[in-house]
Ligand binder design. Structure first.
Ligand SMILES: N[C@@H](CCC(=O)N[C@@H](CS)C(=O)NCC(=O)O)C(=O)O
Length: 234
């Protein structure tokens, strides 16, 4: 059976990492049973979670995990999509993973109140006396990551403004369809659901969360996907 190395549930969301949630949905879409294990990014092949182990083979990164499922299990996530729709789906995923993600990172790690209520509580695996230094180091690493990406060079207000533009785009693209590209879920739904639920579900204060809650179709989409793929946490 496939083993998924992940962080753990997070304030009502299936995991603290949108990339882990994406991977869970991909595995569910492909109908592949898996077990989850608490991972440690420091021991991960790319120092990031998620990664999976499948029959002794280790695959890191949600994108490469998807490719592994497609090749090994011959599962086509986008079977009903035209080449144009596949391109739109790919661009949408990139917006979520390479742009919106960093706005989430800012609101979870750099906002002190959210940090204390949220990710700051996920240091239980680290020995008590080392926790303050681990928190300091990880917050600093994420602040540097944001600067390196570029988003971290903007003000908090501007970062939220850019994140909200992503959310408005997701809402416009979804329209009144049940799933991103139509009547059936496709690969990009794993990503879009992961990011939308990561903003909407955890009870953390952010302008992005307020804006997302007003986008009724995104809320309904989160609810539909959560009921279908994570019924136990509803
Ligand atoms: N491109 C990677 C991104 C994974 C990623 O950024 N994971 C973050 C959590 S969201 C991580 O493991 N960070 C290391 C840490 O928190 O120490 C993927 O698609 O899997």
């Amino acid at each position: 059976m496939i083993t998924l190395y992940r962080f753990g549930p997070f304030l009502g969301a299936p995991d603290s990492s949108p990339f882990v949630i994406k991977t869970m949905v991909l595995l569910k879409l492909a109908g592949l049973p898996y077990r989850t294990v608490q991972g440690n990014p420091l021991r991960a092949p790319k120092r990031l979670l998620p990664y999976i182990e499948d029959d002794g083979v280790v695959i890191a990164d949600s994108g490469f995990i998807r490719a592994h499922i497609e090749i090994k299990y011959k599962f086509d996530f986008d079977t009903s999509l035209s080449a144009r729709d596949k391109a739109i789906a790919w661009a949408t995923e990139r917006m979520c993973e390479d742009h919106l993600y960093f706005a989430i990172l800012e609101s979870r790690w750099l906002d002190r109140a959210n940090f204390r209520k949220g990710v700051g509580k996920m240091f239980g695996v680290i020995p008590f006396l080392l926790r303050p230094i681990a928190k300091f180091m990880l917050r600093r690493a994420n602040a540097r990551r944001l600067i390196g990406h570029g988003l971290g060079r903007h003000s908090k207000v501007q970062i939220a403004e850019l994140g909200i533009r992503d959310l408005n785009s997701l809402s416009a693209l979804l329209g009144d369809k049940p799933y991103l590209m139509g009547h059936a879920p496709c690969g990009a739904d794993a990503t879009v659901f992961a990011f939308v639920t990561s903003i909407l579900t955890p009870d953390l204060k952010s302008t992005m969360r307020i804006a997302a809650a007003e986008l009724r179709n995104l809320v309904a989409y989160r609810d539909l996907m959560a009921a279908r793929y994570f019924p136990a946490s509803g």
